[in-house]
Write a protein that binds this ligand. Structure first.
Ligand code: NAI
Length: 261
């Protein structure tokens, strides 16, 4: 069961079929909220989804003056019933689903020998299994439509690994392999799937880091600045647009040149 489903329809309540619908997981804050804002600016009706129902209530206030329909629905994507209900309710409400952005993700860092089974399970269950569950449910609808676009937020850590983040790195590498597999599976069915791998992105967490730590991070980035949430959101915007219509199964790093593969 979905923990809470606030009736949060704002703006227009009619859904012209010509309008496109984008669902973003982990949209209550951070990169997911920024992606939702940029896609809304692009003209999508937006489904904001997050496990944090209170956070969603706050996030949706940022869309009060938009001329698109913005709906918020809480769901824990790591739970089969909630992931499926999320997509069912979205399709019931809007009649379709054009874009899925798998953004929700967590970290539970520990060096390997200290990593507890529950730290491993939590990260894999949200980041990787959650992506699988929501994508599978979405693809059922997208196949009926013969169109759809999926972007999953991975991480450069999924490409290069990181000490203390074996669980997170494995989950993000898993998302990349998952993306390539479904891109192959659905390429001929009008559904594209790509991943975005952000590097160090400026956030409340990075703002409070010691100057020395920040300098160390910056020394790894050829462009010598942290990424902005908007930098990630703009790439998602490109990947779900017609401008990228011949791109599928790719991973775009958004990291100021930190990882070049
Ligand atoms: P964040 O922690 O600010 O936001 C993540 C959101 O996901 C939160 O609102 C949280 O409530 C939600 N969430 C957590 N578990 C959930 C679940 N089981 N079901 C539904 N929602 C859930 O994170 P941030 O920084 O905005 O990151 C977003 C994505 O970008 C994540 O996948 C993260 O791994 C990835 N990323 C972030 C980077 C960064 O520097 N911030 C760098 C590389 C990747």
């Amino acid at each position: 069961m979905i923990s809470r489903m606030p009736e949060t329809m704002i703006a227009k309540s009619d859904f012209p079929n010509s309008r496109k619908v984008a669902l973003v997981t982990g949209a209550a804050r951070g990169i997911g909220l920024e992606i939702s804002k940029v896609l809304c600016d692009d003209g999508f009706d937006i489904v904001l989804s997050d496990i944090n129902a209170d956070g969603l209530e706050i996030a949706k206030k940022e869309f009060e003056n938009v001329d698109r329909s913005v709906w918020a629905i809480s769901a824990d994507i790591s739970k089969l019933e909630e992931a499926e209900r999320l997509i069912d309710e979205t399709v019931k409400k809007f009649g379709k689903l054009d874009v899925l952005v798998n953004n929700a993700g967590i970290t539970k860092d520990a060096l390997l020998l200290r990593m507890k089974e529950d730290q491993w399970d939590a990260v894999i269950n949200v980041n990787l299994k959650g992506t699988f569950l929501v994508t599978r449910a979405s693809c059922k609808q997208m196949l009926k439509q013969k169109s759809g676009n999926i972007v999953s937020i991975a991480s450069v850590i999924g490409l290069i690994g990181n000490a203390g983040q074996a669980n997170y790195a494995a989950s993000k590498a898993g998302i990349i392999a998952f993306t390539k597999s479904i891109a192959k599976e659905f390429a001929a069915k009008g559904i594209r799937a790509n991943a975005v791998a952000p590097g160090f992105i400026k956030s409340e967490m990075t703002d409070v880091l010691a100057e020395k730590v920040k300098d160390q991070m910056l020394s790894l980035i050829p462009m010598a600045r942290l990424g902005l949430q908007r930098d990630v959101a703009n790439v998602v915007s490109f990947l779900v647009s017609e401008k990228s219509s011949y791109i599928t199964g790719q991973v775009l790093t958004v990291d100021g040149g930190m990882v070049m593969v």
